[in-house]
Write a protein that binds this ligand. Structure first.
Ligand code: MG
Length: 358
């Protein structure tokens, strides 16, 4: 599944309809439930991307789909049941565990089947299926409990950064959760730095509370994967000795577009990654180049600290960062940074300057 956190841009938009037009009658209302919360623009919801059919790319509101499925089956209190298994927040959803993931699968299958049948429930008008243009995608985990980064995890990147010796263990650092933005949001260049760099990366999203596990068990605790840009202010990181600040400015952690669940990623060490800045491909790599694998990073981190559902691990960046290029290529006002990981999708973040340098 491609799980997303989304906000509606407009209330009650059905596929193929003008955005401003609200549906005449809602299936939810006819089944006796309130539609106001689900339809309000700006309220974050848990969704999944439809992968096939004429509405491929549209977003399914999982809570609402599940409630309508239960109502069609005459299950009592369908909304309360849907709320308990498919809460709006990704971390709450992950914390519930297997039952909530099964409910998400059932909701998605119910929706796909209803769309195929001409006599099925009208899920498009029930606010279950929302066209992509009708939503703003947020980061799949908009405010992780923690973001752990791994420094110099690709040998070619470590070399271009001037590190002669390879790390003997994963070199972990923390990045502030407030830096997270969505897959299409703007990266803001703070006035306090003039050396903002991109780092395209594979991000791991934890699915379970995890401590003291072996590398062999580690991938069982992963919920899924997404694309990340570990944006970094190099002057803070290197010249001013402020590594935490260099990684943690607001907007410096674009994540998304979806949390792709592990059943759809057969091997996290075989994913091709590209970073494209204003049309020019500046990073091309594969996760098979990693010095420490996803499993080894998780096992190492979990020896020291408890990992929780929704925690994000940024697994390091391949070579080709702006600092190592000649001439150096810092992000500028008006740039567009795209990071793509095969099978996981693409981030596309415009860059804007916050104002004059100080
Ligand atoms: Mg990084």
């Amino acid at each position: 599944m491609h799980l997303v956190t989304f906000e509606r841009r407009y209330a009650g938009v059905a596929d193929g309809e003008p955005l401003a037009r609200a549906p005449a009658a809602s299936l939810g209302e006819s089944l006796g439930f309130q539609t106001l919360d689900a339809g309000r623009p700006g309220v974050r919801r848990l969704g999944a991307v439809l992968q096939v059919g004429p509405r491929a790319g549209s977003i399914v509101d999982l809570n609402r789909a599940f409630a309508i499925k239960l109502a069609c089956e005459d299950v009592g209190a369908p909304e309360a049941e849907a709320d308990s298994l498919l809460p709006a927040g990704m971390q709450a959803f992950l914390r519930i565990g297997r039952r909530s993931r099964e409910a998400a699968h059932e909701a998605l299958e119910f929706t796909a089947r209803a769309l195929e049948r001409f006599d099925g429930p009208d899920v498009a008008h029930a606010g279950v299926v929302i066209p992509r243009v009708g939503v703003r995608l947020c980061a799949p985990v908009p405010r992780p409990g923690k973001i752990i980064g791994v420094a110099r995890n690709y040998p070619a990147h470590a070399a271009e950064q001037g590190s002669a010796a390879q790390p003997v263990e994963p070199a972990l650092f923390l990045k502030a959760p407030t830096a997270v933005i969505g897959p299409e949001d703007e990266i803001a260049l703070p006035a306090a730095t003039s050396q903002v760099d991109y780092e395209g990366e594979l991000a791991v999203v934890m699915g379970k509370t995890t401590a003291r596990i072996s590398a062999a068990e580690a991938l069982e605790s992963v919920a899924g994967y997404c694309v990340a840009n570990d944006v970094t202010a190099r002057d803070f990181q290197n010249v001013r000795g402020q590594k935490f600040i260099g990684k943690s400015c607001d907007t410096f952690a674009p994540l998304g577009p979806a949390l792709v669940t592990t059943d759809e990623v057969s091997d996290p060490q075989k994913l091709v990654l590209h970073t494209i800045v204003s049309g020019e491909t500046l990073q091309s790599g594969s996760t098979e180049e990693m010095l420490f694998s996803v499993a080894e990073i998780i096992a190492f981190a979990a020896r020291i600290m408890t990992l929780e559902p929704g925690d994000v691990i940024l697994t390091g960046t391949p070579s080709g960062v702006g600092q190592a290029r000649r001439p150096q290529r810092w992000l500028r006002d008006g740039d567009v940074v795209e990071v793509e990981v095969a099978g996981l999708g693409r981030l596309r973040n415009p860059v804007r300057s916050e104002g004059p340098r100080d």
